[in-house]
Design a protein around this ligand. Structure first.
Ligand code: ZN
Length: 252
């Protein structure tokens, strides 16, 4: 049962058809790990905390830089030089003190990924590099942990939600990390673009945790693309690939 306070706080969630108190209680039990407290991670953290997830882990080893602030809305001008996990935790605690926060000011590596991610129900990949995106994909396949992933550059971006064994994975869509792709440090990024993709990641995670999310019968993964210079939104269903490293998960 929700308390009177929570019933009031989350009234607009509970009123959504199919959500109800049951959805809210499921969110309150959920543990989500957010990897990256930057442009994508900011809306993810805000919307998950506002929605009432029980626990949020925030993994990021970076410190806030002045050039982050036009898109990384978790951090403010006076946070420049601080650890992003610290300023993120402060903002999230102010928004919703009932969310149990774990700050992990480390870079996710092949050595620590399993230990860190295994403590959570769902992972949100909100990093700024392909090495981390593929590391999270591969670790979540091993752990059979669902995850949202997204990437952005300039005025466009893509995102998807992967449930190992139930959907195709990132490597089914793009088998190996692309090389020689320009970075946002070179081609820039308009803050509203990660705002859209991060919000989409948060929405998919909330849908998954509260029972709205369903796998497609053929295991396709939905890849959402944002073309900010249209602007246009497009969704493609991508099939699983029989030679992908996720294929063994389909057989058992
Ligand atoms: Zn795959």
């Amino acid at each position: 049962m929700l308390t009177e306070f929570d019933r009031s706080r989350y009234q607009r969630n509970v009123l959504v058809p199919g959500f109800g108190e049951k959805g809210q209680l499921l969110l309150a039990k959920a543990r989500v790990c957010l990897v990256g407290a930057g442009g994508l991670g900011s809306p993810v953290a805000y919307y998950l905390a506002a929605a009432g997830v029980g626990a949020l882990g925030i993994v990021d080893s970076d410190r806030v830089e002045l050039s982050n602030l036009q898109r990384q809305i978790l951090h403010g001008t006076t946070d420049v030089g601080r650890l992003k996990t610290e300023s993120a935790a402060e903002r999230i605690a102010a928004l919703n003190p009932d969310v149990a926060l774990q700050t992990i000011p480390e870079r996710l590596t092949a050595e620590n990924a399993e230990a860190i991610l295994s403590a959570y129900d769902v992972v949100v990949e909100a990093s700024d590099n392909f090495a981390t995106k593929y590391l999270i994909n591969d670790t979540c396949l091993v752990l059979r942990k669902p995850f949202a992933t997204a990437g952005i550059l300039s005025m466009s971006g893509q995102g998807m939600f992967v449930a190992p064994g139930q959907t195709a994975c990132l490597r089914c869509v793009v088998a190996e990390p692309p090389e020689n792709v320009p970075t946002t440090a070179e081609l820039g990024v308009l803050g509203a673009v990660p705002g859209i993709l991060g919000s989409l990641e948060a929405l998919e995670v909330i849908r998954y945790l509260t029972g709205y999310w369903k796998p497609r019968p053929n295991g396709e993964v939905l890849v959402h693309s944002v073309d900010g210079d249209g602007p246009r939104l497009r969704t493609m269903a991508c099939p699983r690939r029989e030679t992908c490293r996720c294929a063994p998960l389909w057989r058992d």
